[in-house]
Design a protein around this ligand. Structure first.
Ligand code: F6P
Length: 365
């Protein structure tokens, strides 16, 4: 008798709950019970699973399944109601063997892993060591997962950033101030890049630009001076800095103020948005994507396919599915593409940096 398990792993992302809901509803509609694994791979190793479906009898018909009340309520919520972890034990073969034993104990015939890079690497390793089909669903606000145009959480995170920038702009304009707004993205500048365009920022600082500390400080100083030049009508300067640029925002403000000199009347402030970006209800697009990923992932697991990830990808790479937008990719290929995305050698990263350079002068940096 088939049964699926679903877990969320790594940094939470808006849309994870919507994906759990989608997976559970699709499986329940196919009379497949679903177990929710608590706290990511940690819960899998320790056998902490709870049912996400329950049996109902209707019109004398037995064997019907329905999602639990928890699942019915979770789809619109941010975070992950199953809980998540960055699990060091899963990095060892021994830890993964314990996890495989738990899958066997619960008679799980398919595991769905919702998470980012580390979670996909874990899924890839486990798939090679156990017979249970494993399908990944990409979720990470950083948009640093290869072969999917967007991961779950990215759209919601960008909407939150834009709202924050609008609010900061209100107060910045009132005082004619310059603001450096730091957004998440440990290794990827995507959130900074995309939000800078949408918020009409004056500058953007990305780890992919690989600028020296000196270049970063000077470019921010130049941007502020140029933007507040008397010939222009600007009443605020907004610079979006990615977390991955290795200079703390408050230090950057001090360095810039030092360069502007003691006589300056320009005020520079910084705001670190941090985890604020990761929370909040998923946007329409993240909920939609969660539903589309969920359907394809469940069908692949039920067909016994393994070591694959769903991706929003409009090219003809990977494997076509019942959804024209969603394709399946071997997780090994995803991990390879992710590496080149982060080290700058991927065509996707090069194109992003090229497009940012092409709009220099629109963005002042
Ligand atoms: O989810 C990815 C991410 O948001 C990174 O951008 C950030 O650096 C990191 O997670 C923070 O993770 P944690 O909450 O574990 O400190």
């Amino acid at each position: 008798m088939p049964a699926l398990a679903v877990l969320t792993s790594g940094g939470d992302a808006p849309g994870m709950n919507a994906a759990i809901r989608a997976v559970t509803k699709v499986a329940a509609a196919r009379s497949i019970p679903v177990w929710g694994v608590e706290m990511g791979y940690d819960g899998l190793i320790d056998g902490e699973l709870r049912p996400l479906t329950r049996q109902i009898a209707r019109n004398g018909q037995s064997g019907l399944l329905t999602p639990t009340a928890e699942v019915e309520a979770m789809g619109s919520l941010g975070g992950t109601t199953l809980g998540s972890s960055r699990c060091a034990r899963f990095l060892s073969r021994e830890g993964r063997a314990q996890a495989a034993a738990q899958l066997e104990k619960y008679s799980i015939t398919g595991l769905l892993v919702i998470g980012g890079n580390g979670s996909m690497a874990g899924a890839h390793a486990l798939a090679a060591e156990c017979d249970v089909p494993i399908i990944g669903i990409p979720a990470s606000i950083d948009n640093d997962i290869g072969l999917t145009r967007e991961a779950l959480g990215v759209d919601s995170a960008l909407n939150t950033i834009i709202e924050a920038c609008d609010r900061i702009t209100d107060t910045a304009r009132s005082h004619h101030r310059a603001f450096i707004v730091e957004v998440m993205g440990r290794h990827s500048g995507y959130l900074a890049m995309a939000s800078a365009v949408a918020a009409a920022a004056d500058g953007v600082l990305l780890p992919e630009q690989q600028r020296s500390r000196e270049e970063v400080i000077q470019s921010v100083t130049d941007c502020i001076v140029k933007s507040f030049d008397v010939t222009r009508d600007k009443t605020r300067v907004l610079i979006i800095k990615s977390e991955g640029v290795p200079i703390p925002s408050h230090e950057l403000v001090q360095e810039v103020l030092a360069r502007l000199g003691p006589g300056t009347n320009i005020e520079v402030r910084s705001t670190v948005l941090g985890h604020l970006i990761r929370g909040g209800n998923p946007s329409f697009r993240d909920r939609l994507l969660a539903g589309r990923f969920g359907l394809v992932a469940v069908d692949a697991a039920l067909k016994g396919r393994t070591d694959l990830m769903t991706g929003w990808n409009l090219t003809n790479r990977g494997e076509a599915t019942s959804d024209a937008w969603i394709r399946l990719f071997p997780i090994g290929e995803v991990l390879e593409e992710t590496r080149s995305l982060l080290d700058g050698s991927s065509a996707v990263t090069m194109d992003r940096v090229r497009r940012m350079e092409a709009i220099q002068g629109v963005l002042a940096l």
